[in-house]
Design a protein around this ligand. Structure first.
Ligand SMILES: [Zn+2]
Length: 60
C-alpha cells in the first residue's frame, strides 16, 4: 500500500465507486502475494480515497 500525492489521471475508487479526481492525494493498494505473482498484482492496483481506505480498515 502506498500513499501518493495525486496524478494527472482519474481513477475509480472501489470503496465508494466514485471518481478520484486528478491531483487529489489518495492511496494505491495491491496484493503483494497475489496468485499470479507480483507483476500481475501491480497491474491490479486499486486507487482509494484516503477516507474510504480508512473506513474499510475500520470495518474489519
Ligand atoms: Zn472513495
Amino acid at each position: 500500500m502506498q500513499r501518493v500525492r495525486g496524478s494527472d489521471k482519474s481513477y475509480a475508487c472501489p470503496g465508494c465507486r466514485q471518481v478520484i479526481v486528478p491531483g487529489l492525494a489518495h492511496l494505491v493498494a495491491w496484493q503483494v502475494d497475489g496468485l499470479l505473482g507480483p507483476t500481475a498484482a501491480l497491474e491490479d492496483r486499486r486507487h482509494w480515497h484516503l477516507a474510504c481506505w480508512e473506513a474499510r480498515a475500520r470495518r474489519r
